[in-house]
Design a binder for this molecule. Structure first.
Ligand code: ES4
Ligand code: ZN
Length: 325
């Protein structure tokens, strides 16, 4: 049986975490008050009540609504620094952080403020805690596809991002329609990832690889439904950023004992473990590993394996990866 304190000691890498999903109830309530935002819940008890989800859409409704409390550069700074402080505490030495620009722009927040807050926290955390990070904006696939390329060009002008991603409601929103935006991102040297095979079918994983040319698949757990795809992911060693707590919280798997991550590992896929939206799904990276490993009876060697996989799957240069190993 693994314990939190034991696995905290192992240096770790996280590749799938949405910064808005690290907004803990106490900071949420504090920001609501600071910015004069009224929420349908105003104490920790009722927050916990609302944080019980049926599926991805049910979660996204709460997540986007809570994000309204993030308004000023300082808010994004506080949010990001709190997560990176958590990384220090858990010995997460490097993390690639997602954010959802469209959620904030749609409310009239300047993208420059959002990004300045996140970047300032990044520098601070590197200097103070030695926790390094990079930043990846995600396009929300349930918003008009035509908004994505102009937004990408705005972010290109602002600078500082390492890649782009694709998130939000997956069903009936296939990756392929973002073709042009991802092609442009690649042409300017950005890395590409996409959520696929979370709630959507295995075909969306193949599409993300073939049409968007993504280098990692976020989630990807529904790959198991296709033998051909499993074989391809094994041969190509495409990293999957698996998020066990998220999958259970959103009903993708009944419980951790039913999760397929052990089978994905046994099939030789390049699996990594991540927290996704830790404030909403019951815990950070270390807790995800501990509880999943205990539920499935996985080994310490497999903990090391997923961490080696995560180092290989990062968007840092080869010399640096070598040092991390
Ligand atoms: C997300 Cl769990 C999940 N899936 C898709 N999009 C997301 N955005 C934040 N969390
Ligand atoms: Zn996600």
């Amino acid at each position: 049986v693994f314990e939190i304190e034991q696995l905290k000691k192992i240096p770790k890498v996280e590749l799938h975490v949405h910064i808005e999903g690290t907004l803990e109830p106490d900071l949420l309530l504090k920001l609501a008050e600071r910015n004069g935002v009224s929420l349908p819940y105003n104490d920790l008890e009722s927050v916990r009540e609302v944080f019980r989800f049926q599926d991805l859409q049910g979660f996204l409704n709460v997540y986007y609504s809570a994000s309204k409390c993030l308004q000023k550069e300082q808010d994004f700074y506080d949010l990001t620094l709190a997560y990176l402080r958590k990384c220090k505490e858990e010995n997460i030495v490097y993390t690639e952080i997602f954010f959802d620009p469209q959620t904030h722009i749609a409310r009239g927040i300047a993208l420059e403020e959002v990004m300045a807050g996140i970047f300032a926290a990044r520098s601070e955390a590197e200097a103070r805690f030695g926790v390094r990070s990079q930043v990846i904006p995600c396009f929300e696939r349930d918003r008009p596809v035509g908004d994505s390329l102009p937004l990408l060009k705005t972010m290109e002008r602002i600078g500082g991002i390492v890649g782009i991603g694709l998130d939000s409601a997956e069903r009936d929103n296939p990756p392929s329609i973002f073709n042009e935006t991802f092609a442009y991102a690649r042409s300017i040297g950005l890395h590409c990832v996409a959520h696929a095979g979370e709630e959507g079918p295995p075909e969306y994983i193949a599409e993300a690889l073939d049409i968007l040319a993504v280098e990692r698949i976020d989630h990807g757990v529904r790959a198991m439904e296709s033998t051909a795809l499993m074989q391809r992911l094994q041969v190509e060693q495409t990293p999957l950023t698996v998020c066990p707590f998220s999958n259970v919280a959103l009903g993708v798997f009944e419980d951790l004992a039913c999760h397929n991550v052990g089978k994905l590992l046994e099939a030789g896929l390049k699996v990594t473990i991540n927290s996704d939206d830790p404030a909403y799904f019951g815990g950070y990276l270390t807790a995800n590993i501990v509880d999943t490993w205990n539920a499935l009876g996985l080994s310490l060697e497999q903990v090391i394996q997923v961490q080696r996989n995560a180092i290989d799957a990062t968007f840092i240069d080869a010399a640096e990866k070598y040092r991390m190993h």
